[in-house]
Design a protein around this ligand. Sequence first.
Ligand code: SF4
Ligand code: SF4
Length: 362
Amino acid sequence: MEKDLLKDQLIEYGTKLGFGIIRVTTCEPLKLWNYQRNIRKKQDPDSAYLWDNLKYDPKEIMPEARSIVVAIWAHTPYKSNFPKGIGRFSAYYREYPKGRQAAYRLGKFLEQAGYNTIVQPNLPAKEIAYRAGIGYFGKNALIHTQEYGSWISLHYILTDAPLTPDESMDRISDCGDCNLCMRTCPTSAIQREGQVIPSKCIRHHMLSSDFVPVDIREKMGSRMLGCDICQMVCPFNKKGILEAGLPSPEEMDLFNIKDILKEWSTGLKNRMNNMGELIGKNYARAQKILSMAVILAGNSKDKSYIPYLIPLLKHPHAPIRGHSAWAIGKIKADGFEDILNKALIQEKDNRVREEIDRALGY
Ligand code: SF4
Ligand code: SF4
């Protein structure tokens, strides 16, 4: 098939699938990424493993590759304020799995035309998107588009199909003098323009099953999954914010903090299955969601959570015991010292003992 005709048909099919933008770039090495990776590794050595997973040369993954197709799945964000007792989650997590499914179907289209494809290989998504001319880099390190701002998820397909590449952006960033995202980030995670330090970013810790640093816990507020603060303030995202709504009551129910705390002894199995349908199985992990529910209960300072936090002082996972002690210490209901002192007698893990001591004010 003639290559421009194939590209036209690919775009037509991708648009029907629901993608807002589809563009193509070459398989040249991703030089900007190589440079960025070295800076990031120096700035935040603890997160270096994140960067090393991503390849600099697409041909290391598919030697015969000729093109990378980039497809943009847009979404409208949710309002910042969710009802009390519901953990806030970003619309991104609900929309990303839909985009991923559509990307597999787009890949199938190329396979049916006789080409090989790899959907979402380990490549730096944002640089690929930038090079395909999807949008500029913001100082918040996200790509923003003219059409949808940064309310998007990036999907990409490595292929040996010979598709005509699109033009790249004319410059790295169009933020100009604006630095709203840098000024508003609650943890000062955006330390330099375009560079977010993962170990300081709230979003990064939501995906970890380890102890969350105390200062980050407090900044999580009522956010269970995702932190849109540096996107909410961005002038390029205004349109999406005006349209923002809330998830359906059934969806919000899945993130009910008290119900999550109540159901932990059953392994949250049903809830995780339903949540997995909504946000994908990777994010719907019982231990992580429970850990977040405990932190959110602590941040709420609502005494009605105490009866559900006490049993969690015996949870088999140490970070959940530690976060529970912290939450009980934050809520400071009557008799909280007795509860924590009893837990201290039983506790063998030094990290949890430190948490209990801190919650008791020692
Ligand atoms: S996601 Fe939140 S914590 Fe991370 S850089 Fe943006 S505002 Fe800061
Ligand atoms: S808030 Fe301002 S500096 Fe940050 S990405 Fe948006 S335009 Fe750029």
